[in-house]
Design a protein. Structure first.
Length: 137
């Protein structure tokens, strides 16, 4: 299993974005089951559709949201049960500036995905317990 970050998903769906090609190559590896099933946190879904609506339009955001929710390769993770653990992770962080959503991703990656996270966000590299994909300098 691997946790999917919004930076990766937004880059994939935003074809005019600077990181679209990188995200497209990663989506192929993901769809080939290189890392197993993906975990899509509710928080990430909310970020993705909101950013796509702002950068593209409502139709693109709605289309991407439907694809994500219907994808057999993804397990949707409601975040209500993760709230307290996420708050604890968020409050105790040192040496990082993770958003609340990113703290939820780090927690989910540690507890459900052997530390694996698919992201373009470099802040996660500061956390030694995570296995970041793609690996970059």
């Amino acid at each position: 299993m691997i946790v999917l970050d919004s930076s990766f998903l937004i880059a994939f769906y935003n074809e005019s974005g600077a990181h679209h090609q990188t995200a497209s190559a990663l989506i192929e590896r993901f769809l080939d089951a290189e890392w197993g099933k993906g975990l899509l946190l509710e928080y990430v879904f909310l970020e993705v559709v909101t950013v796509l609506m702002l950068r593209l339009d409502l139709s693109a955001a709605t289309h991407a949201g439907r694809i994500l929710l219907d994808a057999e390769e993804l397990e949707f993770v409601p975040c209500s049960d993760l709230f307290q653990e996420t708050l604890d992770c968020f409050s105790r962080q040192t040496g990082t500036r993770l958003s609340f959503v990113d703290a939820a991703l780090a927690h989910a990656a540690r507890t459900r995905a052997d530390g694996q996270i698919l992201t373009l966000d470099r802040e996660f590299r500061k956390l030694p317990a995570l296995r970041i994909h793609p690996i970059a300098p």
